[in-house]
Design a protein around this ligand. Structure first.
Ligand SMILES: [Zn+2]
Ligand SMILES: [Zn+2]
Length: 77
């Protein structure tokens, strides 16, 4: 789901996307190499696991698309 060709990845870089730790709420830019939270080792969400909406703010707590509380979410992919 998260594997885009390099070209598509660069086109998307105009919009900032983030990865969010569902446990502690930490966010990193999606361009970061970080895949797991460095605080607690939790897999970072790159989008809403329910509706797939991207995470576009580092302060995200709830999905902008469906209202899911992301601290409850687990990435099941
Ligand atoms: Zn964390
Ligand atoms: Zn959602």
């Amino acid at each position: 789901m998260d594997k885009l060709p390099e070209a598509a990845r660069q086109r998307r870089s105009q919009t900032r996307h983030y990865r969010l730790c569902p446990r502690c709420g930490r966010a990193v830019l999606s361009t970061s190499a970080e895949r797991y939270c460095i605080h607690d080792g939790t897999w970072l969400l790159s989008s809403c696991p329910l509706c797939g909406a991207p995470i576009i703010s580092p302060n995200t707590r709830f999905c902008a698309g469906c209202g899911l509380e992301l601290s409850d979410a687990q990435d099941r992919s």
